[in-house]
Design a protein around this ligand. Structure first.
Ligand SMILES: [Ca+2]
Ligand SMILES: [Ca+2]
Ligand SMILES: [Ca+2]
Length: 501
């Protein structure tokens, strides 16, 4: 059944790699009646709803992120999203307001949904090309893997889901993912019969999350993947589904969060999650979009936030991909990098990735550049296991301590970025740091510790065992050797299997 669907996809898109299915959706629409509010600490949601009942009678709670006092609301029918934003802004500014902020909910999508691109699948020939594809050469992946394979690190893939059974992943995909569209734990990357963008084609983006996750493990083969489904199988989500997925990933002890998606609406829930991720030493990497634009009207979030790394696409020759957005406001330009994402169909200039059902395909887009960067950061984190156990920085600390994000962005990425201005005349000031070079990033060292060497002293012995037992049942610990978010018996078994080495 699945194979039949994929073959049908090939027939739709024909020989062209980038085959528009729908008119380009430049700006994401609001979700009817949808709103998100964050209340001040200690405020009860029912008290808040009572306080707005004269303006928005009949408002109900649809979902929540209770740990952050954030709620998804269904407002009065006919509520105008622009007026909703204004109403909440005024309310939040009042003295002793119950509200920290509120905003209308908007749609979001994969960069590829915006341009109607679908993958091409020719399963017989692609498994070998996946391993040797041009980004591995451009980025120096083989050389980087001499020092790090991403061991002990987890990357959250916020996307359409991940096919955990694909041979490309081995046992890399964690089983503690979540689906914020369906509000359950079903993170399979499967067709669910939805046509959310209303173009008469259902399930256009099945496989997107699997393809993206595969590019992370291509670069960082020992990194664990946390699947978080925030888009439906048509590639459409909301600022709520993504925001909730961000907080979910933050709470599951990952080091990197990959977002091969975006919304043109600059949602406050993205800002809050990005700020919290930065305080906790988690890097968010996000696509800047496929609208072939430098215009602020086409900016996509979270990729344009200054607390995230935005990734644009280049081709094999470091020329900007024809579809890629680039540029940004002055605050986000410094957090902008390029990575391979263009495909020509020439096997030496094409991006390959895994697809559900054990298959492989080719695709292009900033969605594919993004996980190459995420995988590179996973290699970097594996070299510094202590990063994953640092206590969160207090955002109210008056000394304003330097965050890990600032350190990586300010001192580690610039010398590991290649200036590609010469290949892109006229775009020079809008290319951020330039194209990332993972060999340069990782070669600074040190090598990642040997398996089981928790304290990094070169041997797996009783001191490592003592640290594991001291940290037993805790999260955010260097003793979480299996990178599944908790120190437990599986870590003990892993350590004992490598004891004395
Ligand atoms: Ca559709
Ligand atoms: Ca040791
Ligand atoms: Ca573990």
């Amino acid at each position: 059944m699945k194979i039949a669907r994929l073959v049908k996809t090939i027939c739709i898109c024909g020989p062209a790699l980038l085959a528009p299915l729908a008119a380009a959706q430049v700006t994401d629409p609001p979700v009817v009646r949808d709103a998100i509010v964050r209340l001040r600490n200690g405020v009860n949601i029912n008290d808040f709803l009572a306080s707005i009942s004269s303006t928005y009678p009949g408002t109900t709670v649809v979902d929540d992120i209770a740990s952050r006092n954030i709620y998804r609301l269904s407002l009065t029918e006919g509520a105008d999203p622009v007026q909703v934003d204004q109403f909440f802004a005024n309310l939040a500014n009042q003295p002793n307001s119950m509200l920290r902020w509120g905003e209308a909910g908007y749609e979001a999508r994969t960069a590829e949904s915006r341009t109607g691109s679908v993958y091409v699948s020719r399963p017989a020939s692609y498994a070998a090309q996946f391993e040797t594809q041009y980004p591995t050469i451009t980025l120096g992946v083989t050389q980087a893997q001499q020092l790090s394979t991403g061991r002990g690190v987890a990357v959250a893939i916020l996307d359409t889901g991940v096919d955990a059974s694909h041979p490309a992943f081995g046992a890399a995909v964690r089983n503690d993912g979540f689906n914020t569209i369906l509000n359950n734990t079903d993170t399979r990357d499967i067709a669910r019969g939805v046509d959310s963008n209303g173009n008469s084609t259902a399930d256009e983006m099945v496989g997107h999350g699997t393809f993206v996750a595969g590019l992370v493990t291509l670069v960082a083969p020992e990194t664990r993947i946390l699947p978080v489904t925030v888009l439906d199988s048509d590639g459409v989500g909301t600022t709520w589904s993504i925001g909730k997925g961000l907080f979910y990933a933050i709470d599951r002890d990952v080091e990197v969060i990959n977002l091969s998606l975006g919304s043109t609406y600059k949602a406050q829930i993205f800002e809050d999650a990005a700020n919290e991720a930065e305080a906790r030493g988690i890097m968010i990497v996000a696509a800047v979009g496929n609208s072939a634009s430098t215009s602020p009207a086409r900016y996509e979030y979270p990729g344009q936030l200054k607390e995230t790394i935005g990734v644009y696409a280049v081709d094999r020759n470091d020329v900007l991909a024809t579809f890629t957005n680039y540029g940004g406001d002055s605050r986000s330009l410094e957090a902008l990098v390029g990575a391979p994402g263009a495909s020509t169909g020439d096997p030496n200039a094409t991006i390959y990735g895994p697809l559900p059902g054990g298959m492989y395909g080719e695709w292009e887009g900033t969605s594919l550049s993004t996980p190459l960067m995420s995988g590179g950061l996973a290699l970097l984190y594996a070299q510094h296991p202590v990063w994953g156990s640092l206590p969160p920085i207090d955002p109210n600390d008056p000394s304003d301590p330097t965050t890990l994000f600032e350190t990586i962005l300010g001192t580690m990425l610039p010398p590991a970025s290649v200036n590609i201005s010469a290949q892109n005349p006229g775009a020079g000031s809008l290319l951020g740091l330039g194209r990332i070079d993972l060999e340069a990033l990782i070669s600074v060292g040190p090598p990642q510790p040997a398996p089981g060497d928790i304290n990094g002293d070169g041997v797996v012995d009783l001191s490592d065992l003592a640290q594991l037992l001291a940290d037993f049942a805790s999260t955010r610990s260097t003793a979480d050797l299996t990178a599944d978010g908790i120190v437990d018996l599986s870590d003990l078994a892993y350590l004992l299997a490598h004891f004395g080495h």
